[in-house]
Design a protein around this ligand. Structure first.
Ligand code: HEM
Length: 526
């Protein structure tokens, strides 16, 4: 063998060794990187709040069940008031105590004030351009400011007092009295009665009229849409959590939402057209008029499109009606189960208002027991038990846990209201617990959060509280109520169905008997 051949063989062998070494190094490097990644991922998981082990692909979706607030509360008893779940591919944190809620809604409110993208809001609320589902930012701030100042401010609420008193004290009470006069011991559908009065009040305030008026306004089944929208907004849509399955619309929600949107859009278009035709001829400006003037006088800073108008109108109606009537039907359910509590509320009304006239809104501040009944109802039955989901805009450390950006935050107001560490006899309906105590529902006391708190807290609290207290007060003052023959208090079916508001599963039926002299004067509506 020549020296040249020996040299080239040696070079070949060296190249072979080099290649083998390179492969080894590459394998070692990638193994090291993989381990580092796994280690980092595990470290990240270690920093998340505790939670059960997820299933592949669906994560914890199978644990949500039909009554998510109850199932999540049970899970939290095991894993703690801050619990991590993975819903499909969506990292989620469940908050179930007053202390933790304060961390999310007060201490770190600026991080957790956005909303996750949800298909139901995209389909029904014109791509989430309402207040409730809009992500945090300039548009949400503008839309919320308009709704608060033009519809929900104390001054605006006072200007609609006449409509509220007329709907409650005149129209609703008159129709109940008529039923009592025509049938002895009539069985009244309380659920239907309170829903109707709340919807009519909200419609008069926002649209300037009731859509149940006899002019074809409800020909599109508009009234029936309200509970449908509520149940779709509360549903856990698989497409939101496993995005590559969205197109299949496995639960059929997408199809229903689009169908509802089409009907609702027709209604709002007609409403806007009617307002444009009648422009200036109405005595009082309703919310549609206000939105139209913002729309017509748009500036680069204050700019609403026509879809925004429709979306905001729809938002006010849906955020305000089902929630308020849910509170009323649970309050009446508890009172029908507990005649002594009802009696105590009636005695207070008798003392403050007397039996010669009906209740006025101005009486409400003088009725502390009635207020306690309403608070106790909102503690045990927060109408939106899981509120509306929040989303983190950045990563944030809460109680030594690391919550990554874009985590969905679910605050379980239902579990917080029944937390035995905050409430004695937490499962008992006892309005007395609020007598002489300053605990309030307005978002300052985190053990009682029916309206949320902080930037995304409910802007309709004042309206909601007036309507609930006023309707309940009037029903109790004008009538004695009892359950239909054959049903005893303890037997009353108290099962619930889940939606964004958690209503009674079956309608509440009861028998009213008039209490006031027939000619008790109507309140002075001015
Ligand atoms: C008893 C009745 C009501 C209850 C229990 C209730 C409860 C709530 C809750 C829990 C939230 C979510 C808070 C959060 O995410 O932190 C909310 C948001 C909201 N509520 Fe209410 N609400 C009621 C009545 C009303 C009324 C009468 C209106 C207006 C007509 C209204 C308008 C809104 C709006 C617009 C939002 C979205 C706020 C935002 O995202 O910035 N609500 N409400």
């Amino acid at each position: 063998m020549s020296s040249v051949e020996i040299y080239s063989e040696a070079v070949d062998a060296m190249q072979g060794h080099l290649a083998a070494a390179a492969i080894c190094i590459a394998v070692l490097l990638s193994t090291w990187m993989l381990f580092r990644k796994i280690h980092r991922f595990n470290k990240k998981l270690e920093k998340l709040p505790p939670g059960p082990r997820p299933w592949p692909i669906i994560g914890h979706l199978h644990m949500i069940g039909k009554l998510p607030h109850r199932n999540l509360a049970l899970l939290s008893q095991r894993y703690g008031p801050l619990m991590s779940l993975r819903l499909g591919s969506v990292p989620t944190v469940i908050v179930s105590s007053a202390e933790m809620a304060q961390q999310f809604l007060k201490t770190h409110d600026h991080v957790f004030s956005s909303r996750p993208a949800m298909r139901c809001a995209k389909n029904m609320f014109y791509d989430s351009i309402d207040v409730t589902f809009a992500p945090y930012g300039h548009y949400w701030r503008l839309a919320r400011r308009i709704c608060v100042s033009e519809l929900l401010s104390p001054k605006r609420l006072e200007s609609f007092r006449f409509q509220r008193e007329e709907e409650v004290s005149v129209i609703t009470i008159r129709s109940l009295l008529e039923e009592c006069a025509t049938v002895s011991n009539p069985v009244v559908d309380v659920t239907k009665t309170v829903s109707a009065v709340v919807v009519d009040i909200l419609c008069r305030m926002t649209f300037g009229r009731k859509y149940s008026d006899n002019e074809g306004y409800d020909s599109r089944g508009f009234r029936a849409m309200i509970p449908q929208v509520s149940s779709l907004l509360g549903a856990f849509d698989i497409g939101d959590f496993i995005p590559y399955l969205e197109w299949m619309d496995l639960q059929g929600f997408g199809r229903q939402e689009k169908e509802i949107h089409k009907r609702a859009d027709g209604f709002y278009e007609k409403l806007i057209e009617d307002h444009l035709v009648q422009k200036g001829s109405q005595e009082t400006r309703d919310f549609v008029d206000v939105l139209l003037s913002v729309y017509e006088n748009s500036t680069p800073e204050v700019n609403l499109g026509r879809d925004s108008l429709k979306s905001l109108l729809m938002d006010m109606l849906h955020a305000g009606t089902d929630t308020t009537s849910t509170a009323l039907e649970w309050a009446m359910s508890e009172l029908l189960k507990r005649p002594l509590v009802m009696k105590k509320a009636q005695e207070e009304l008798e003392k403050v208002v007397g039996l010669n006239r009906k209740v006025r809104e101005s009486d409400l501040p003088h009725l502390p027991y009635l207020q306690a009944v309403v608070k106790e109802t909102l503690r045990l039955y927060p109408p939106a038990p899981l509120m509306v989901p929040h989303e983190s805009m950045d990563s944030c450390t809460v109680s030594d846990y690391e919550i990554p950006a874009r985590t969905r935050i679910i605050i379980n107001a239902w579990a917080i209201g029944r937390d035995p560490t905050s409430w004695e006899d937490a499962e008992e309906f006892k309005p007395e617990r609020f007598m002489g105590r300053s605990v309030d529902v307005r978002g300052q006391d985190f053990e009682l959060l029916p309206f949320g708190s902080g930037r995304r807290g409910c802007p309709g609290i004042q309206l909601a509280m007036v309507v609930v207290e006023f309707v309940l007060g009037q029903l109790l003052h004008c009538f004695d109520w009892r359950l239909p023959d054959g049903i005893q208090g303890p037997d009353l079916d108290m099962s619930e169905k889940f939606g964004i508001s958690s209503r009674r599963a079956v309608a509440l039926l009861a028998v009213p008997t008039p209490r006031l002299p027939a000619q008790a004067p109507e309140p002075q509506c001015s």
